[in-house]
Design a protein around this ligand. Sequence first.
Ligand code: G3P
Ligand code: MG
Length: 244
Amino acid sequence: MRTHILAHRGASRYAPENTMPAFRLAEEMGAEGVETDVQLTKDGVPVLIHDENVRRTTDGKGFVQDYTFEELRMLDTGSWFSSEFRGVQIPSLEELLQWIRDYPLLLHLELKTDVISYKHIEEKVYALLRHYQVLDRTCVSSFNEETLSVVKDLNPSMRTAFLTPTKMRKLIPYLSSIPVDDLHIKHTLLSKKLIHHCNKNRVPVRVYTVNRPALLRKCFHLQCAGIFTDVPDIAISIRKAKER
Ligand code: G3P
Ligand code: MG
């Protein structure tokens, strides 16, 4: 099995995370897919930003949910990263979908409902995925099982993944009890035993966030289903060397 290289928040080591330049760069570098984080504006528009608060990655302050989409678009989400990206705007999910449909990329959408329960985010995201005809290459993930359950109710064939940063006892029975297909684990949980156990039970495992060469090699060696990385270029060269 070939481990998919998925650009975490786009190629986020080289361009501001969760922006169109970061997604475009990931595609140019040859990543198989992109991962991004979805939150909702005050007027219910799904937008791509990791934190609930805009402070860290923009020149604004306050919560995403307190901005209308129009207000959010006034913020600069490039300058904090480098002056080269001054004026870059927070993308809507729709902007990403309009772009991605022309490329054969996998899409990992993480719905950030673990802190704020955005009303109807699942329905809004699902409607856009259907409209842009990208359902078959999308996996919706979340730290919040309830979100995954709503997504599965909307469409039982929608691929879903449960995200966890902590070691879980009785993992497989737990995963069978919630509506998920795949497991996304924090890199600190990676072990041969866990991957073998999941493989045996036909649960694909992807690992976040894998940037160090030694850890990248380990993920490829263990044949994880995918890795989320800020450095898709490095991951690709390491995987190439291994395949030679
Ligand atoms: O989806 C994998 C990974 O992005 C989860 O953690 O905090 O980077 O969104 P975080
Ligand atoms: Mg994420």
